[in-house]
Design a protein around this ligand. Structure first.
Ligand SMILES: C[S@@+](CC[C@H](N)C(=O)[O-])C[C@H]1O[C@@H](n2cnc3c(N)ncnc32)[C@H](O)[C@@H]1O
Length: 259
């Protein structure tokens, strides 16, 4: 029997999500999409959890507003400007889902277009309806601060106090600032200048060189995490990170992809 799946994603990430689905779920066919909302059709049930989506799950179909008689549901809307019907706002605000429970998600895809999906709530999901990040904007050396902060929040990255992070492509230091705020010890590698706010922090050390020239001798102590935010093609980054892993043996790796 046909089974439909939905994925909510950043509009910029749609091509990556579609590519990922082609590779990881070749049996699924693109079904219906609006910016940020994509559905796929398959012939059997599968565990649908693409990395390039913010939330994904089974798609139960398109509903009329009068048919949305759920006792418990969260609501997501595709555009800020859409005005949510008051009854949906009330359901969403009064619905609490615990980790492990199946969330019913009402998706307002158009002014009068509602779709319903369901997914199992994981610890790694944002625990709020609509999956909106709680990170507040402030003065930081670069927007990479928000990139790592959001990854930390979304994937529940298990950083521990005073763990050592090798940050590849660290300048000017937005991500370093976030990592230092998490009480981590940061070794930043980048031929470019770091912001003085970062270099004056005792828990930060800068190796002002390209990551290709790093050798085992640059590391007196071990490394718990490698975080790479380098604006080079993924093939180059992956080759070098693989080389570094072979002698550093970190317990976790975070790699951003530059478009
Ligand atoms: C997206 S920016 C990094 C932003 C930084 N993570 C932050 O938090 O501000 C990409 C960085 O990669 C660095 N980069 C490019 N090629 C590099 C290489 N071969 N080795 C080390 N860093 C490199 C650039 O100098 C640039 O600072």
């Amino acid at each position: 029997m046909a089974q439909f799946y939905f994925a909510l994603t950043n509009v910029d990430a749609e091509p990556l999500l579609k590519k990922e689905v082609t590779l990881r779920y070749p049996e699924l066919k693109l079904s219906y999409s609006r910016p940020g909302f994509i559905t796929f059709k398959g012939e059997s049930s599968l565990d649908f959890d693409p990395l390039f989506s913010r939330v994904s799950g089974k798609c139960l179909g398109k509903f009329k507003l009068s048919e949305l008689n759920f006792l418990k549901a969260w609501v997501w809307k595709r555009c800020e400007e859409f005005e949510l019907p008051i009854e949906l706002t009330e359901i969403s605000e009064n619905s609490l889902f615990k980790v492990g429970e199946t969330v019913t998600l009402i998706m307002m895809v158009g002014v009068d277009e509602f779709w319903v999906g369901e997914y199992k709530l994981l610890k790694t999901h944002f625990q709020t309806p609509g999956e909106v990040s709680s990170i507040v904007e402030r003065k930081v050396p670069s927007r990479a601060y928000y990139k790592i902060a959001e990854a930390f929040e979304a994937f529940d990255l298990p950083f521990d106090h005073q763990e050592r992070v090798l940050e590849l492509g660290s300048a000017p230091g937005g991500a370093s600032l976030f990592l230092l705020e998490q009480d981590l010890l940061v070794l930043g590698v980048d031929p470019a200048e770091m912001d003085p706010v970062i270099t004056k922090n005792y828990n930060f050390r800068h190796l002002k060189l390209p990551f290709e020239s790093l050798t085992e001798n640059d590391f007196k102590e071990g490394v718990d995490w490698i975080i790479s935010d380098i604006n080079l093609p993924p093939t180059v980054v992956m080759r070098e990170v693989t080389r570094l892993i072979s002698f550093l043996n970190p317990r976790g790796i975070v790699i951003t992809k530059d478009e």
